[in-house]
Design a protein around this ligand. Structure first.
Ligand SMILES: Nc1nc2c(ncn2[C@@H]2O[C@H](COP(=O)(O)OP(=O)(O)OP(=O)(O)O)[C@@H](O)[C@H]2O)c(=O)[nH]1
Ligand SMILES: Nc1nc2c(ncn2[C@@H]2O[C@H](COP(=O)(O)OP(=O)(O)OP(=O)(O)O)[C@@H](O)[C@H]2O)c(=O)[nH]1
Ligand SMILES: [Mg+2]
Ligand SMILES: [Mg+2]
Lengths: 283, 292
């Protein structure tokens, strides 16, 4: 018995449409199709069910794994004390809200959380994060609007160390990645943090809106250049957007998706599940 | 860019004197790919490319000296035509106040745009606007609108109760009693699949009967743009679209998808975080941007 070793055109066309309409992008879609054709030539398949499983497996392998030094699970032991996390991304993607959710999850897992309100630019940004800190029941370091964001990041990192916090989450202002001055400011914020705690920030999480198109790749590349992204958070997956942009980004830049945002309430966050995500593309 | 990619596609056609279904396939694929890379919706890109192909068949493109460039011009012209004319007009009520409702998905830039629109109407059209803080959910949303409004010396109407419809209604009554000629209602970001929230914004519309409803969209939106635009249009029959964050480097294909699917004019673009970063929509600039 031999089985089939090529995929018919109709299946490939359907796959292309699913992937493109999920914002996977043309380049990554072509790569996925190439991989599938190689895999099928090698492993052969019998029937649609087996082919479908194969398709999904190939896509899952493009998504990077979370590592022990940057664990996604909230009850996992943190490799540093304090474990310092910087949250970055373009305007309006959900950074501040995600920090509120992360605080709640970490606190529920018994960790001491400290927040840093380093978005000192946008109207009412500090007030917004303060409300989240109250909701989560965690302390916050803030110096109001127009303070120096690097100073807030520095002070938060220092305070996390002196207070014995387990984890510090630092919010930054939304910024478009093509604005050199803003990206330089972010690099400075990162540099300054390492001066008070060695290795800080231990994580730099890029927040992406699931409804973003191919520009997300430019965002990821530019933010990697400026502050070396270590993980992704994908928000607004409670909408109809599939967030397929993370596949190419995770694969090309070798960063895992850590969390997904599924709503506007404090508990609307989950640790990323690769298989569930890929199944949802087809579902 | 598209023009040079098309030139490459045409290299393989040297010596062919007439356009045929076969030799145009490569070129049409290049155009479709350029549109998809620019985030144009899959179905919109397919249809748009089919229309281009039809326009080009028998048009003598291959006989021109520079077919790649000529082909690109056909695509460019088609884009400009789809977008319609330049716009920056807002309806004006016969009896003041003119009521403008601002709606859209979470984080698209509505609150900032509400401030920008207030400043624009005050400055360019000598209006006397009142801002209504009808986002009663987001932490510090009212505060955010008030902070922006204070920068341009525009008053904000807000209430303690979490009742968006009431804010809108009372803001309009307040404007009437104070002889303010314009009310701009900022609303909470909402998903088009959130029944309750879509009902709320439909309620607001019913309660205050806006003269103008603007759908605010993040220009970096991908394939999902048509789903949200369709549903918001179904529920609100909005008058126009605002594209935000165009100071980024996104190609903005969502603009073509939305215009094609709901056929409503793009009236403004937002090009920065400051309140003066608003401009009319220019179809030719958008076409250029999408072509990359
Ligand atoms: N539906 C939904 N909305 C979300 C999610 N995450 C954030 N939001 C909403 O998105 C909007 C923007 O969220 P913010 O947290 O202010 O985003 P931000 O990145 O901090 O914005 P800037 O600081 O202005 O750049 C708010 O209305 C949030 O409630 C999510 O997972 N699902
Ligand atoms: N660079 C840039 N940033 C913008 C633009 N418009 C809005 N922003 C920023 O985008 C973020 C979100 O803007 P908001 O006005 O809070 O968006 P919103 O639609 O009111 O958000 P929700 O009320 O949570 O749905 C803020 O950081 C704004 O400063 C723009 O045209 N360019
Ligand atoms: Mg924020
Ligand atoms: Mg708002």
């Amino acid at each position: 018995f031999v089985g089939k070793d090529t995929v018919d055109d109709e299946t490939l066309d359907e796959l292309e449409e699913i992937l493109i309409t999920s914002d996977v992008g043309v380049k990554t879609t072509i790569e996925i199709i190439k991989r599938i054709e190689k895999r099928v030539a090698r492993d052969k398949f019998v029937g649609q069910a087996e082919l479908q499983a194969l398709l999904r497996e190939e896509i899952v392998t493009l998504l990077q794994e979370n590592t022990a030094d940057k664990p996604a699970a909230f009850d996992a032991p943190l490799p540093n004390k304090p474990h310092v996390v910087l949250i970055v991304g373009v305007n309006g993607v959900g950074k501040t809200t995600t920090i509120g959710k992360l605080s709640y999850m970490y606190k529920a897992a018994g960790k001491n959380v400290l927040l840093g309100a380093a978005d000192t630019f946008r109207a009412a940004a500090v007030d917004q994060l303060k409300i989240w800190s109250e909701r989560a029941g965690v302390p916050i370091i803030e110096q109001g609007q127009n303070a120096d964001p690097a100073a807030v990041a520095f002070d938060t990192t220092a305070a996390a160390k002196s207070r014995g916090s387990d984890i510090a989450l630092i919010d930054t202002a939304g910024r478009l990645h093509n604005k050199k001055a803003l990206m330089d400011e972010l690099s400075k914020i990162k540099r300054v943090m390492s001066k008070v705690v060695e290795g800080a920030p231990h994580e730099v999480i890029l927040v992406l809106d699931a409804s973003t198109g191919q520009n997300a790749m430019q965002q990821a590349k530019a933010f990697t250049q400026a502050v070396d992204i270590t993980g992704l958070a994908l928000t607004k997956l409670d909408g109809t957007a599939k967030g397929g942009i993370v596949i190419g980004i995770s694969h090309e830049l070798n960063v895992p998706v850590k969390y997904i945002g599924l709503g506007e309430k404090i508990e609307d966050l989950q640790v990323f599940d690769k298989k569930a995500f890929v199944n949802a593309l087809f579902g | 860019n598209l023009s040079s990619n098309l030139d490459k596609a045409f290299q393989s056609l040297k010596g062919e004197s007439r356009i045929t279904d076969v030799n145009i396939a490569e070129t049409v694929r290049e155009i479709r790919r350029a549109l998809l890379d620019a985030d144009v919706n899959y179905e919109v890109a397919r249809q748009f490319t089919a229309d281009i192909k039809e326009k080009v068949m028998g048009s003598g493109v291959l006989t021109s000296v520079n077919p790649g460039q000529q082909f690109t011009k056909i695509v460019y012209d088609e884009l400009v035509e789809t977008f319609g004319g330049e716009r920056s007009d807002i309806a004006q009520a016969h009896t003041p106040p003119t009521v403008i409702l601002i709606a859209g998905l979470q984080g698209s830039g509505k609150t900032t745009f509400s401030g920008k629109l207030a400043r624009y109407l005050k400055q360019e059209h000598k209006r006397n606007p009142l801002l209504a803080a009808a986002d009663v959910y987001r932490p510090a949303a009212v505060n955010q609108l008030k902070t922006l409004a204070s920068q341009i010396d525009v008053p904000v109407y807000s209430i303690e109760q979490k009742d968006a419809v009431r804010v809108a209604k009372e803001a309009v009554s307040m404007a009437k009693s104070l002889a303010m000629d314009t009310v701009i209602i900022d609303t909470a970001g909402r998903l088009h699949v959130d029944e309750e929230m879509m009902n709320e914004v439909a309620e607001i519309k019913k309660a205050v009967n806006p003269d103008e409803i603007l759908f605010v969209v993040d220009s970096m939106t991908g394939q999902d743009a048509v789903n949200t635009a369709k549903e918001f249009n179904e529920r609100l029959n909005f008058n126009g679209v605002v594209l935000t964050k165009l100071d980024g480097d996104t190609r903005g294909g969502a603009a073509l998808s939305i215009k094609t699917v709901v056929d409503k004019p793009i009236k403004f673009v937002s090009t920065g975080e400051k309140l003066d970063a608003i401009s009319p929509f220019y179809p030719d600039r958008m076409a250029q941007r999408i072509l990359g």
